[in-house]
Design a protein around this ligand. Structure first.
Ligand code: RFL
Ligand code: PHB
Length: 389
């Protein structure tokens, strides 16, 4: 079999790349290890930047997002027993973020791809990439009991943080920059009326986050020890922890409900440089991981594949690889800004095991400054809404 661009992974990066390439008349083929039902139901991101919304709208896949997504004018920082609003919409002159679940984006992009005859092989097994240091890369895999070899011009490694593409690049060809944080997030999905607010809470018992998915589905997180396990947290203990960390003098409160999902999410920063080797390009979580405090991962994945699609389009129009050669450096500017912002938010809002009272005073001072200074609030808003350059 043969295609122009073989895409490994049907996450936001792989699916959006296939969509952008299709619009340029470039053929692609997606391989995905999981089933369609599984990728269309896995709960992950929720906060979508304006630039992602705009790109989806400009390329005709934002119909449901614009109808069902929920624009958020800003975020609340909760400390000193009160909510402090950072009005992202006002500060950014109308630019803001939208709430729309990642798995709904996946559904929209899978549907768009299949509607134009795109090829997605779900439940592909034993996926291997090779020969990307030549002009004739290959992807081999098994599908429905058959061994298949796919010849292509380029490979896009969009296979997420646990994928195989990154690990096939010779170790001498890249540098890894990483950081592991000394805590994880305990996440829940609960059938409870949404608080209608996105609240990042700093508390002496540790960080908590109130988010939502739909008007009747609340997504919430709190910081736990990285060695903690879901089994240690019966529902009553979870709600008691949320109420303790979100208490305040302002009377703000939220409703508990039936918990339908619990998970523990590691907190890590990770960047590989460069994000390309020969004719293989890494995009999204395959190339970088961001702690979710900044709500950036999906948005970066979409920004990466826009650059990649532009480079490929230039190549197919001119036969020249100049644009493709700048892929990595173009992506990395935005990635490092997001890495810094997510690290900054994480550092300001979490309890660190080795923190002393001095550190905690600094965190509180930073929070008070951010909530009361126009310049500091503007900086948070600019990064939260998505800073491109
Ligand atoms: P994905 O989504 O992991 O997709 C990779 C796909 O590749 C498949 N795969 C393979 N396929 C073929 N062969 C192989 N060998 C393969 N190995 C893996 C996988 O099955 C999968 O389908 O990566 P992608 O496309 O780069 O997208 C990245 C985003 O998913 C991720 O950055 C976001 O979810 C991060 N994130 C958030 N990002 C935001 O922009 N806004 C948010 O509000 C936000 N909240 C979050 C988040 C991530 C979270 N977790 C769970 C880490 C909240 C959380 C809790
Ligand atoms: C979410 O809704 O899952 C969410 C929101 C904001 C974040 C991270 C995750 O910073």
């Amino acid at each position: 079999m043969r295609t122009q661009v073989a895409i490994v992974g049907a996450g936001p990066a792989g699916l959006m790349l296939a969509h952008l390439l299709h619009l340029q008349g470039i053929e692609s083929f997606i391989l995905e290890t999981r089933s369609r039902a599984s990728i269309e139901s896995t709960v992950r991101a929720g906060v979508i930047e304006q630039s992602t919304v705009d790109l989806m709208a400009a390329t005709g896949v934002a119909g449901r997002l614009l109808k069902e997504g929920c624009p958020h004018h800003g975020i609340y920082l909760r400390f000193d027993g009160k909510n402090h609003f950072i009005d992202v919409f006002e500060l950014m002159g109308g630019k803001t973020v939208m709430f729309y679940p990642q798995h709904e984006i996946i559904k929209d992009l899978v549907a768009a791809c299949l509607a134009v005859g795109g090829d997605i092989r779900f439940e592909a097994q034993n996926v291997r990439v090779s020969d990307f240091d030549t002009d004739h890369p290959k992807v081999q895999f098994q599908h429905e009991g058959q061994e298949i070899t796919l010849d292509c011009d380029f490979i896009a490694g969009c296979d997420g943080s646990q994928g195989i593409c990154r690990n096939t690049i010779p170790a001498s060809a890249y540098t890894i920059y990483d950081k592991i944080y000394p805590f994880s997030w305990f996440g829940i999905l609960a059938e409870a009326p949404s608080a209608g607010k996105l609240i990042y809470s700093y508390h002496e018992k540790g960080f908590a986050l109130v988010s939502s998915r739909t008007p009747n589905l609340q997504r919430m997180y709190f910081q736990v020890d990285p060695n903690d396990s879901v089994a240690n947290w019966p529902d009553e203990r979870i709600w008691a922890e949320f109420y303790a960390r979100l208490e305040g003098e302002d009377g703000w409160t939220f409703e508990s409900g039936k918990i339908i999902k619990k998970d523990i999410i590691g907190m890590r920063s990770y960047v590989i440089e460069p994000m390309q080797y020969g004719r293989m390009f890494l995009a999204g979580d395959a190339a970088h991981i961001i702690p979710p405090t900044g709500a950036k991962g999906l948005n970066l994945a979409i920004a990466d594949v826009k650059h990649l699609a532009d480079g490929l389009q230039h190549f197919y129009a001119t036969g020249n690889t100049a644009e493709l050669e700048t892929y990595s450096s173009k992506c990395l500017r935005r990635i490092w800004r997001a890495e810094h912002f997510s690290w900054w938010m994480t550092s300001m809002l979490h309890r660190f095991p080795d923190d002393n009272k001095f550190q905690q005073k600094l965190q509180l001072s930073q929070l008070r400054y951010t909530a009361s200074s126009h310049a500091a609030a503007y900086s948070l808003a600019e990064n939260y809404a998505g800073f491109e350059g």
